[in-house]
Design a protein around this ligand. Structure first.
Ligand code: F0G
Length: 450
């Protein structure tokens, strides 16, 4: 059959709110034209993020009932540790309440003034945690990764020559770790090839620098490797994930993505000495090393979710749903980041709204129009989020895992179509900042229409 169906049946449902256009306008005005300021009742289809917004399986819910809430030495911790170990091969597994807690701990130890931390593209929280430690975050994705229309199959790849040059210029002693984000979220959810992961390893070996994966979407990355890297076509997603992690010395992880959980994360690595220092910090702010800010039941849900994320039937459906939404945007004449990534469709706002200069946040203008028009909440990934270092003006429509059906996506497609018509008629306006914070301003910034 050519129809790829959702490989699950729906077992419990949640009501979708239907605010009117007037209610939506009022809500977004009150929120300072910041989509993060809305309440869930204000939103019809929520594509703000794929983080923590997925539906858990009946198995995960059953696992939660088995959660062991013992403070020290919980059985659930060992189930969690075993699942992480099976996938990553890392011996040291440190649970954290989410990905950024793992980042904060890692960069508190490895970062600091004068240090430089390269990545293909640091995600916003990663960049902020690197910079908060005093270190400099450098993005070295390949050139094609910065061109939305380029069809390169692995646009998340690191520019290997640039990485080598960066380390030789600043000196290996000032590069405490090389990061690689799989898939490359800020660069459009683009995968990194196994070949490129191996090449990063080789550069790290040359300079004796540790190599960590930001592994949030490791399963989706493994799927793209299976589909696009001929030498891996015969491998299972689990085997590919094993091969990816085998190249690295450690990883940070948000289990809210490919952990298929609503909360959680971890820091995992080979080196027992660095792990011991991480655990000292963990105890200070997160919790004891066998729970690290999570309930026992969260760790059970993650242990099951990590394996479910590698199910080929699930990954096939996942990639197809994202591609389906991308086809809707394309047929509405909206340029998108190509090829389609794993967890989201990225609309190219600078191509659609050439009349709005980047100082007036064209991607935010597009995201706001999608909300006002149809109650669809996406997320600006451009100058509002990254300031002057933004390379592109994108609106991300993220796909919560196992949550929306094909007709929800058909509706989103219709909303995109209407907004695109208005954009072409130059009916969308830019915005100006009236209030902002020093770190991660996009979460709390207040704007006004121009
Ligand atoms: N790294 C990447 C690549 C991410 O996408 C995220 C989160 C994090 C780290 C931090 O993880 O949220 O658990 O603390 N991304 C979410 C998103 C928020 O919407 O893309 P966290």
């Amino acid at each position: 059959f050519k129809t790829i169906i959702e490989p699950f049946r729906i077992h419990s449902t949640q009501q979708i709110p239907f605010p009117t256009r007037e209610e939506r306008l009022e809500a977004i005005r009150k929120a300072g034209w910041n989509l993060f300021g809305l309440r869930s009742e204000d939103v019809i289809i929520d594509m703000l993020t794929d983080s923590g917004t997925g539906a858990m399986s009946a198995r995960q819910w059953a696992g939660m009932m088995e959660g062991d809430e013992t403070y020290a030495g919980s059985r659930s911790y060992y189930a969690f540790r075993d699942a992480v170990h099976e996938i990553t091969g890392f011996q040291e597994v440190i649970p954290t309440h989410q990905g950024r807690a793992a980042e904060r701990i890692l960069f508190s130890i490895l970062g600091g003034k004068g240090k430089v931390i390269p990545s293909n593209t640091h995600f916003d929280t990663t960049r902020a945690n690197v910079e908060y430690s005093g270190a400099k975050a450098v993005d070295l994705v390949i050139q094609e990764g910065r061109i939305p229309s380029s069809e390169h199959p692995f646009k998340g790849n690191m520019d290997i020559a640039a990485l080598d040059k960066c380390i030789s210029e600043v000196g290996a002693e000032n590069v405490p770790v090389v990061m690689l984000t799989v898939t490359n979220n800020s660069g459009g959810g683009q995968p990194v090839s196994l070949e490129n992961i191996r090449a990063v390893r080789a550069v790290c070996d040359k300079y004796k620098v540790p190599f960590f994966l930001d592994a949030c979407r490791f399963a989706e990355n493994a799927w793209f490797i299976k589909m696009r890297e001929a030498s891996c076509a015969h491998m299972t997603p689990m085997e590919i994930a094993n091969a990816m992690f085998a190249q690295a010395d450690g990883c940070t992880m948000s289990a809210k993505k490919d952990g298929m959980a609503n909360i959680g994360g971890f820091l995992a690595m080979k080196c027992p000495e660095v792990a011991a220092r991480c655990r000292d910090l963990l105890i200070l702010t997160e919790g004891f090393p066998t729970y690290g800010g999570l309930a026992g039941y969260d760790m059970e849900a993650i242990a099951i979710g990590l394996r479910e994320a590698l199910d080929p039937l699930y990954l096939c459906y996942r990639a197809r749903s994202t591609a389906y939404l991308a086809e809707k945007a394309t047929s509405a004449g909206v340029p998108i980041m190509k090829p389609v990534g794993g967890h989201a469709v990225y609309l190219d706002a600078s191509a659609l709204l050439p009349h709005i200069p980047r100082e007036e946040f064209p991607a935010q203008a597009l995201a706001l129009a999608l909300y006002v028009e149809g109650g669809v909440r996406g997320c600006e990934i451009g100058s509002l989020m990254f300031g002057d270092v933004a390379k592109m003006e994108l609106v991300r429509l993220a796909m919560p895992r196992r949550t929306y059906t094909q007709s929800h996506l058909d509706y989103v497609g219709e909303v995109i179509e209407r907004v695109a018509a208005k954009a072409r008629a130059k009916e969308l306006n830019g915005y100006r900042i009236v209030e902002q914070s020093q770190w991660l301003r996009h979460f709390t910034v207040k704007l006004e229409p121009l």
